[in-house]
Design a protein around this ligand. Structure first.
Ligand SMILES: [Mg+2]
Length: 236
């Protein structure tokens, strides 16, 4: 039976993030972009400041409040510039750089895998609905928008907004409840054997793993999302 809803993981499945990427390194990249000479050690400083506020960041995500989000990043960047003895009056430029380098057309962080759009096109042509279930912060919505994909998904679930993350089956259950589907009508696709495959199984949902390093698509792993439409029959 062809599923009525296909849910996708994001990082490593739809969107590629450079291996080893950290927020701290990104802060350094943004600083260098606006002409501040900032060394690699500053990345660790940023990372430490961020980790010290991780519980606040969880709260900011769950509150879904734009003002709180802006305030969080502004204070973090200000404290970081102060800690590394850089001028805090460059803050607005830093934020513009973060917008450009993070979410602009030439993002250095996010890129879309080249098999995504055709896969979604073909699934939609089959009458299959689409959703995203991701361990991600509230910026998940923005990232999907920057690739022009957001409106294609009936539900987009970001773990940090829900306060629960994969492989916890509750993140799958929340998504299915919002989309209005039963587990038997759903198939999940993701690259992580625990978060995606075990998580979906715990929620009673079929799954297919995407692994672009394998040579051939063979149950239950596909080498490309282009093989997903045919692979839906695997789990019939
Ligand atoms: Mg992933």
């Amino acid at each position: 039976m062809i599923p009525k809803l296909v849910t996708f993981d994001c990082a490593g499945t739809l969107v590629e993030v450079p291996p080893g990427w950290t927020l701290g390194q990104f802060a350094v990249d943004c600083a260098n972009h606006i002409g501040l000479t900032v060394g690699e050690a500053a990345a660790e400083t940023y990372q430490s400041l961020y980790m010290a506020r991780i519980m606040e960041f969880v709260h900011v995500n769950m509150a879904r409040d734009t003002a709180l989000q802006t305030s969080f990043w502004t204070r973090l960047a200000t404290d970081w510039l102060t800690a590394i003895q850089m001028p805090t009056d460059r803050l607005v430029e830093m934020q513009d750089a973060a917008d450009e380098l993070g979410f602009g057309p030439n993002s250095i962080v996010f890129s879309l895998y080249d098999d995504v759009v055709e896969c979604l096109d073909r699934l939609e042509a089959m009458g299959v609905q689409l959703a995203v279930i991701s361990n991600w912060d509230y910026s998940l919505h923005r990232v999907l928008r920057m690739f022009g994909l957001y409106e294609r998904f009936v539900v987009v679930t970001a773990s940090l907004e829900e306060g629960v993350e994969k492989p916890d089956p509750r993140l799958f259950e929340i998504t299915l409840s919002r989309a209005g589907f039963e587990p038997k009508d759903v198939l999940h696709v993701g690259d992580d054997p625990v978060d995606d495959i075990q998580g979906a199984e715990a929620a009673g949902i079929r799954s297919i793993k995407i692994d672009r390093s394998v040579v051939v698509s063979e149950y239950p792993v596909i080498k490309s999302l282009l093989d997903l439409p045919e692979a839906l029959a695997w789990t019939a």
